[in-house]
Design a protein around this ligand. Structure first.
Ligand SMILES: [Fe+2]
Length: 265
């Protein structure tokens, strides 16, 4: 991949997003949320890739995956007016199909095309799939980390803002009530990620987002997570209880351990 390729991808993306026009302010806000998210994920993935000493064409490849990872979100919203995959489409597979249809990648070497498509397609899978090829796995891990870091930002802003300023589709339609589910909290104690299908309230979603730390791969991602204080901010928005305090201790301890041990990926 060359600088020229990434420049043309960025121009295409800007134009593509610009084609989603809505008269309603609420809809425009939801589209803007995903556009801003995309650009932030691009910045995150470059930081993480540089932190893993990637340079040249590989760095550009990482950036293009950031740019395309959520390309399916716009058409998903236009068709279904939601970002909930469970009631519409899997936006990741949908995005990979759009890239294919648009024949955007056809001038790239086949290996790079495959890496972009598989990274887009599986960036949202609950667990890492067993992909063939060490580069395919590397880039998928990069986008999964870069994406999580910005989803944390999106939700920290969402939880901190008054209801009327929130992008309506961000909260997945979950009620912002004081309850949380023991089943979701149990996932934190078992060091696994709760599937979206068991979430009942916005607090469940917050707890699940905290558990994503178990699926983070790179030293730079852990560093950025701590530097940006996303954990502290999400934890501050949860109700106070002994269970939440225990979960919070465990999560912070896991983060500190990963920062100290610098686990190899
Ligand atoms: Fe996504």
């Amino acid at each position: 991949m060359t600088e020229k390729d990434i420049a043309s991808f960025k121009a295409w993306f800007k134009n593509y997003v610009g084609s989603f026009r809505f008269p309603d302010e609420k809809d425009r806000k939801n589209i803007a949320l995903k556009e801003e998210h995309t650009y932030n994920v691009c910045r995150n993935i470059v930081l993480i890739a540089k932190g893993s000493s990637l340079t040249g064409a590989k760095l550009l490849l990482a950036e293009s995956i950031g740019l395309f990872h959520d390309v399916g979100r716009f058409e998903q919203y236009r068709k279904y007016r939601t970002f909930r995959d469970s009631v519409s489409v899997n936006h990741a597979a949908f995005g990979a199909a759009i890239l294919d249809e648009e024949k955007l990648l056809e001038n790239l070497p086949e290996e790079e095309q495959d890496i972009i498509l598989s990274s887009v397609k599986f960036h949202n899978a609950l667990a890492m799939p067993a992909l063939q090829g060490s580069d395919a796995r590397l880039f998928l891990k990069l986008i999964r980390d870069a994406d999580k870091l910005d989803i944390w930002r999106v939700f920290v802003e969402y939880y901190e803002s008054p209801e009327e300023d929130r992008a309506s589709a961000a909260g997945l339609g979950l009620p912002d009530s004081p309850e949380y589910s023991d089943e979701v909290l149990a996932c934190v104690f078992e060091k696994r990620i709760a599937p979206l299908s068991i979430l009942r309230t916005l607090n469940d979603f917050k707890i699940t987002q905290l558990s994503w730390v178990y699926d983070l791969n790179f030293d730079e991602s852990f560093r950025l997570l701590r530097e940006r204080e996303y954990f502290e901010k999400i934890l501050a928005s949860l109700p106070e209880s002994d269970d939440i305090a225990r979960a919070s201790y465990l999560l912070r301890d896991y983060l500190e351990q990963r920062l100290r041990n610098k686990c190899p990926v």
